[in-house]
Structure formats: C-alpha cells, structure tokens
Design a protein around this ligand. Sequence first.
Ligand SMILES: Cc1cc2nc3c(=O)[nH]c(=O)nc-3n(C[C@H](O)[C@H](O)[C@H](O)COP(=O)(O)OP(=O)(O)OC[C@H]3O[C@@H](n4cnc5c(N)ncnc54)[C@H](O)[C@@H]3O)c2cc1C
Length: 472
Amino acid sequence: MDTDVVIAGAGPAGLTLACELAMVGVRTVLLEREPRKPGFCRGFNLNARSLDAFDRRGIADRFIAEGHKVPVTSFGGLPAPLDIGSLGWEHPYTLGIAQTRVEEILEEHAAELGVDIRRGQAVHGFTQDDSGVTVNGEIRARYLVGCDGSRSAVRKLAGIDFPGTPTTRYVMLGDVETDLVPGKHLGGVFVIPRPGYVRVVVADPVFDRAEPITLAQLNSTVDEALGRHVEMAEPRWLTRFGNAARQAAQYRSGRVLLAGDAAHIHPPAGAQGVNLAIADAMNLGWKLAAAVRGWASPELLDTYHRERHAAGARVLLHTQAQALLAGDGIGPLRDLFAELSELDGVGRYLAELATGVETRYEMGEFATHPWLGRMAPDIPIAIDGCPTSVAKLLRGGSGLLLDFGGLDHPPLDRVDVVRAEPLDTESMDEGQVAAMLVRPDGHVAWLATADGRAEPGPLAAALSRWFGLVPA
Ligand SMILES: Cc1cc2nc3c(=O)[nH]c(=O)nc-3n(C[C@H](O)[C@H](O)[C@H](O)COP(=O)(O)OP(=O)(O)OC[C@H]3O[C@@H](n4cnc5c(N)ncnc54)[C@H](O)[C@@H]3O)c2cc1C
C-alpha cells in the first residue's frame, strides 16, 4: 500500500479528517483539485459543537483567539435572537471567523501532524477491491474518502444516489463595496457586514444557473427590490446559490466513504455546512483509523453512515424549516413560531438544534440516561489531586473509561482507564454518574450509575462494540 487513506478535497471536512487520522498515526494523502486557495470566503462561523470538538483535540483556542464571540443565535430569521450565553454550555457562543481562516488553521495543524497535502490534483477515477482502492490509477490505499464538496466526483463515481428536493429558488450573493448600511434586512435584501466589505444577498428573479452573474445584474436586482438606486463597486465574489436539500443514500460504499457537502446539501439558513462537515469528520476519523489498524468490529464503520446520516437528516429538516420561515407568504405562521420560540425551554431547544449541541447518537434501546450518545460534558475532575477535565483527557485521540469510584477496571488497549475525583458533583448529574466510557469523538457510549445500573448493557459489550476488545 502507498498509504492508508486518500482524502479528496481540502475543505473543512477533508482537513479535519486528515488531522484526526494523522493524529493517531494513520498515513494520509490529501488530494485537492485547486492549485491555490480561492480568493473568496463562503462561511463565517464555528458553532458551539465545533468548538467543543476542537477542544477535545486541544486546538479550540487557535480559532477562539482569532474570532469574535456572539452569545446569541437565530432561527429562520425570527425577530428575537436566541440567547445561548446563559445556557451553561462549554462554549456559550457562536464564533465569528472566516471559513478561509478556519481552513488555514486546520491545514497548518494537518502539516504539523505530517499529512501529505497535494494541491492541484483532482480525484478523477478509482477502482476498489477486497483489500483496497486504487485512486487515479496510481495511488493504492486502504480507503478513499470523498470530501470533495457538493458536486462530489467521488460520490458520482461510486454510484451513490443523492436523493432530495431540487432548487426551487436561487439567491444572488455579492461581496462588494456599497452605500447600504450593513446589519440590515431591507425589503428582501440582506446586508451582512464582512471584514473590509459587505455581503449583499437578494432573491434572484432570473433563475438562470448557467449564466454567471454580473455586478450590473446584482445592482439592478437590489435597486428594484429597494425601489431606489444603490451604489455598488469592487466586487470580490459574485455567485448564486439555491435551496436544494439532498443527502447521499449511503455514506459508505465498500472502501469509499463520503463526508461534508459531498454527503449532504441544504439551504444555507443557519450557517451549518462547515460545522456539519467538521462533525462528520470527527465521527469518521477514529472509526476509519480502527479499520486501518484492523481492530474495528465488522459493524464499526457502518455506524458512521447510521449516526451521521441521521444527524444530517436533522440538519436538512431544520434548515428547510428555517428557509420556509424566512420566506414570503407565511406571516401568521412566523408570528406564531416567534411566540413559541419565547416559551420556556423552546428557545433552548431551537438553539441546541441550530448549533448541533443536541446531537445524540443512538446507543440502543436500553440507553435511557440523558448523557448516553451525547458529547460527554467537560466536567472538572482531578487525578491524584491534579485538576484536569474530560475534554483534556481526550486530546490524545484514545477512548476513555472514566471511573469515579469502585469500578477498578484493569488497563486496556486503545482505551485510557482513568480513576478520577469529580471536583463538582452537581455537574455529574448530581453525583449519579459512577463511571462512563467515552469514544474518541467525545460521545458517551456506556455509563454506570451510583445505584449500580449499567446502560445500555454490560461494559464488556460496549468495549467490544466500539473498541474491538474481547474479554480474555
Ligand atoms: C454563500 C455561502 C455561504 C455559506 N456560509 C456558511 C456559514 O456561514 N457557515 C457554515 O457553517 N457554512 C456555510 N456555508 C456552507 C459551507 O461553505 C460548506 O458547507 C462547507 O464548505 C463544506 O465543507 P466541505 O469540506 O464538505 O466541502 P468544501 O468546502 O466544498 O470543500 C471541498 C473541496 O474539495 C475540492 N475538490 C472538489 N472536487 C475535487 C476532486 N475531484 N478531487 C479533489 N478535490 C476536489 C474543492 O476544491 C474543495 O477545496 C456557506 C456556503 C455558501 C455557498
């Protein structure tokens, strides 16, 4: 084998996945079609879930140092912003940071970890057999992952269906200089402040995807929407995007997998795509590493499709709902929704949905504890009197069996067995959690309570399912 994994595409999905693999010593080649980075920036945020995930790798501070913290989020353009600053989250804000900068930081980290990044090389073909994949007729690897965006060549070459709903409406986007006041939503025109310029977004009445848009077209469309002439100049980026919502029928076809936009597209409402791509990669990385190392149970890699397809479907659901809420002709429904969003608990529910914090993987029918399947809370703990936290213990990329007393488990391969003292029993479900097994992606896979219950079953079954550990 030339390498273990080939990744197509150096966007947020491909770069995060490359870091996850290289961190645990999996040889990774990252092929990126474009010789240089683009001169425009699509996204501008990292949500709380992405920051939690990066904190479990020790790199969240690199992003936080460069972004600005916004302690509210929005849902479908409802008038009242949703407060996230008071919800007690680990990162109780959305981080404003350019996607281009996120990618640069990830690329620097990937280089530190030894990822072989090859720019100007598109994946244009592959064959797969029982032992591996041959990419572009020349690179032999165990697995290929398509992180190559919404028009994914890997998805098409693998013959994976991409069902969903087609675009029914396009909007025009222009990064320009203008006399419009940023931060305003005026008569169907969104004016979003950006560093050194303004992003103008307006419904596209022409609906002709084939024709690239011009500054004159954008300008006249905005003039018409506002009923006055607006000055616009210096276009940095002009594009149009639609409201299609599609999801790959399978995220895995043998030795070929999909992540990020290659696996799902949705309306841009709520600024989800970068964050969803990172979440896919965090879920896939350790499972793929396990498959490469040969210790994964036969089903482990299939749980990637099961877990992330379900999470992606949630995002398609709420971004489509948000796009409808922000659209025309549903005034009474929007007013009612706005009232509902201010009810106790509903705002939190929507904020958790919109930021991915609610993500919970299915752990089986006997998983009733609220922590099971969710990102393990970063509770403060001490080991031999030294303060630390759950997030810090996950930074090496291993699993974690955290024992708060009495389990006395012998050491394990692939899982760090740690005896710890909670420093704040309230944060541990009021002292009810006696032990928990945390996957490398930070999600709780097994849990024992102080009254002797073990969910979703015996610890040995969880160690076998997630870490391929068979009792001696
Ligand atoms: C106008 C706009 C605004 C957005 N704003 C936000 C936002 O605020 N927040 C947010 O979270 N998301 C936002 N998004 C969505 C976000 O940009 C995407 O969801 C995100 O980039 C997906 O990441 P990815 O890694 O899956 O794919 P991409 O970022 O698309 O990366 C795919 C990479 O693969 C490369 N590639 C393509 N084909 C090949 C091939 N055959 N071989 C090798 N390489 C290939 C491409 O050059 C590219 O570098 C926005 C999108 C748009 C269009």
